[in-house]
Design a protein around this ligand. Structure first.
Ligand code: ADE
Ligand code: ZN
Ligand code: ZN
Length: 240
């Protein structure tokens, strides 16, 4: 996601933390809210010390996989991608003897990556860089499929991130439990299923605008909410 998407999912996660997790996270982030901590991983991209984090933002699949095929692939996945790093960061953050520096780095990265894998194009094809190479027009301006999903559809709603959260953060406890109980590989599978649909539904240089927004905004909003709810579930499990 772009800045707004990350803040929206981060703020939603914040709304579902248990008191113990909230306290532990506050001890790590200080006055940085989860919404604001959500964008750190993109802000540091200009600093070459952090180049090794580049591939942590996405997990790519070159073709459509069934759920068993994806489970089998992820089980043996050892490359530095969003899936392996969510597992790594979850294990590390549970350790009692982690240094303060690593706690902060790992928490900011985990927050960001859980949000990112809910952006369908972050589980897209490596060959087109998750849709970055699929050129489209967004309201007559040159763009690409990745960017339309990272930012343009969200910015088109013309809401602040807090207004956006108020508009979409409506879930039942039963719904949240169901979403949180799914495994990380299921999160990735769901997101990839959406990505496959989006790839099939776009032509190179197509003009996307009002009609595309109408067709997909509910799907996009649900991914923002799911990302936030699942991030809260994971943080409650780690720190609660
Ligand atoms: N951003 C840059 N490269 C990417 C990729 N391969 N998949 C998703 N997002 C990306
Ligand atoms: Zn992106
Ligand atoms: Zn990212």
């Amino acid at each position: 996601w772009g800045q707004q998407g990350h803040r929206i999912s981060g703020q939603i996660a914040d709304s579902y933390l248990n008191p113990k997790a909230r306290k532990a996270i506050k001890a790590i982030l200080g006055n940085e809210s989860i919404a604001m901590a959500s964008n750190w991983a993109d802000f540091i991209k200009s600093d070459s010390t952090y180049n090794y984090l580049y591939n942590w933002h996405f997990v790519n699949f070159d073709k459509a996989l069934t759920q068993p095929e994806m489970e089998a692939y992820l089980k043996v996945d050892t490359i530095a991608d969003a899936y392996t790093k969510i597992n790594f960061l979850t294990i590390e953050l549970k350790k009692k003897n982690l240094s303060a520096n690593n706690k902060l780095l790992y928490l900011r990265m985990l927050i960001h990556i859980v949000e990112d894998i809910h952006q369908p194009m972050h589980t897209g094809h490596l060959s087109d860089k998750g849709g970055n190479d699929i050129k489209v027009l967004w309201m007559n301006n040159p763009s690409n499929l990745h960017s339309v999903w990272d930012s343009q559809l969200i910015d088109f709603q013309q809401l602040s991130y807090t207004e956006y959260v108020a508009a979409i953060n409506h879930t039942t406890a039963a719904q949240r439990t169901k979403w949180q109980q799914a495994s990380v590989s299921q999160w990735v599978f769901e997101s990839n299923q959406i990505a496959q649909k989006l790839y099939a539904d776009v032509k190179p240089d197509e003009k996307l605008g009002y009609r595309y927004n109408f067709k997909y905004i509910d799907t996009l909003n649900q991914q923002l909410v799911k990302g936030g709810v699942r991030l809260a579930g994971l943080l409650n499990q780690i720190f609660g």
